[in-house]
Write a protein that binds this ligand. Structure first.
Ligand SMILES: [Zn+2]
Length: 123
């Protein structure tokens, strides 16, 4: 049994890595909402596979997010913020697929997924 502090930290990291992977490879149809306030942010139809390991979308729902310039760490990026509660969601980049050319790279801990059961029946 290992009960050192480092061990516990490592295990916590593993748990975070797991949930991140599960979210980014989630192929079910439904909607992604803000984990903090439940605001509907993304539809699974706009989700795509990117290499960054985070859930990526090429489009957000209308009026669901705010974009804000972020110069932290000396890098010029654009931060994505929940329009309703102001939570930090991730960053947006210009290397996404068509039709928008945008990549909404979202921190999976900022998202909650709600499966669309009616869609599933149609499959
Ligand atoms: Zn929110």
């Amino acid at each position: 049994m290992c009960k050192t502090k480092n061990c516990i930290i490592q295990r916590t990291k593993d748990a975070v890595g797991f949930s991140r992977q599960r979210m980014s490879y989630n192929k079910k149809s439904g909607k992604y909402t803000c984990a903090a306030c439940g605001n509907g942010l993304f539809n699974s139809k706009t989700k795509y596979d990117s290499d960054c390991g985070w859930p990526s979308f090429y489009k957000s729902k209308n009026n669901s997010v705010l974009l804000k310039k972020d110069f932290s760490y000396g890098i010029n990026r654009t931060e994505i913020i929940c329009k309703r509660c102001g939570s930090h969601l991730g960053h947006i980049f210009d290397d996404g697929p068509k039709p928008t050319g945008k990549r909404f790279c979202i921190n999976s801990v900022a998202l909650k997924f709600r499966e669309d059961k009616s869609d599933k029946k149609q499959d």
